[in-house]
Write a protein that binds this ligand. Sequence first.
Ligand code: ADP
Length: 258
Amino acid sequence: MFDVEVQNLLFSYSKEITLKDISFATDPGDFVGILGPNGSGKTTLLKLIAGILKPDKGVIKIKGKRVDSFKRRDLARILGFVTQELSPLFSFTVHRIIETGLIPHKPRLFPSLTESDENRIKVALQNTGSESFLKRSFHTLSAGEQRRVSIARVLAQNTPIILVDEPMAHLDPGHVVSISRVLKKLSADGKTIIAAFHDINAAFSLCNKILFLKKGKMYGYGSAKEILTEVNLERVYGTRFQLIKGSDSHFFVVPKFH
Ligand code: ADP
């Protein structure tokens, strides 16, 4: 059984089609990077997988079951989503925000936090370098700090499937590396991660599969080496790239400015 399966997806916000003919499946432990230019449909695809948006056509299954047939609470035990928007939680303290990640696992009648819950919150904050924000109001944090707290919330939620919209957005290089390590560890522990990336090189180093989108259609789905070729990058982003082999045998790409 696939962790996430998308079949012949079609979706439009209005008259114009936003996503078309999207079909792919992930195995447990896959780290899928969704790449594509601005407006190619990356965020929309994540929202559809999370059941926030409904497809016009096609089917999305989470662990073999249609996403629209889950109760929200049951889905939240399986799937965590780090969105770009955390507005409803904006005025909460950081502690309260992380706590909301634990709610799906708690009995409805006894939602108070146990010592082990508090420990989970502490570990999630430590892993994202966010311990010092615990008592702060979320809206007083910088964009990068908010991002780390959002990731901590999903760590506390402890779901087998994690969706992340732009994991590295607003992070400085030090935190890009530390969050990369956190995501790598989650992936090594067998969690399935699907993340939309702006940063091609972060996706290259982290993901075992790349879903490449161009104008709402799938341009390719496969290993980073197979998909992120200079030819494909130029065709999708409309600018030339150079593929460079780093000293540690990792590949990275740079756009050609001249
Ligand atoms: P990406 O994440 O790749 O930048 P998005 O999924 O955010 O792309 O957007 C895909 C397309 O859908 C864009 O053309 C965008 O303008 C449009 N779009 C996104 N959200 C909405 C919305 N709520 N209503 C109407 N159009 C939207």
